[in-house]
Design a protein around this ligand. Sequence first.
Ligand SMILES: [Zn+2]
Length: 216
Amino acid sequence: MLIFEQIRAGGDRNFGYLIGDRDAGVGVLIDPSYSPDVFVERAREQQLTISHVINTHGHEDHINGNTRAVELTRAPVAAHPSCPVKVDIPIADSMELAVGPLRLQFLHVPGHAQDHVTVYEPKHQILLTGDLIFVGKVGGTKTDDDARVEWDSLQRVVAAIPPTATVWPGHDYGARPSSTMALERLTNPFLLAADVDGFLQMKRDWAAYKKRYGLK
Ligand SMILES: [Zn+2]
C-alpha cells in the first residue's frame, strides 16, 4: 500500500515529500528542508525505514535539511551529480530507483537549475516537479538561455508523463497545493505557449500577466 505525504517544510512555502510502501516498510524523503525532524517523524509514524534522501535540485531551500535528515536516518543521498551536496547515489537521466515495490523514475530537467531532476512513480502516476512546474507557473530562470533549456525540459516532461498524472511541486505557489498534468497543460500559461519564443515572451510579461489576472 502506498504511503504518500506532502509536507509543508517552512521556508518560502516549501513542500517536501514522503513516499513509500507500507508492506515493504520502506520509504524516501524528498527535499526534507527546514524541518527534517518533522519529515523523519512522519516516516516513523508511518513505520517506514528511510532508504534514501532525494533532492530535486541543489538550491539552498531544498537541501538545507540534508545533514540533519541523514544524521537521523543514515540514508544515502540521491541527487544529480552536479548537485552541491554530498551525493552518494548520482541520479542520471532516465534512471530508476526501487523503493520496495515502487519504481521512482528520474528525468534530468535543467533550466531553473542545471542539476534539476523530476521524480515520477508510474504505478500511482505521481510526479514530483520540484521547481520545474508549479501550480499555474514554472520555475524562474536567470537568462534567456536558461529559459530555452527549461522550455526543452518542459516539453520532455509533457511528452513523457501522462495527463492523468498528479503534479506535486516544490513550493505552494499556486491556487491549490497540487495539480494534474492535464490541468497544467490546459491552464498553466507557460505550458500553453505555442513555442519557445512565446514562452520567453510570457516570462517577460509575467509581472503584467499576474497583475491582469490578480495572481500572487
Ligand atoms: Zn529552486
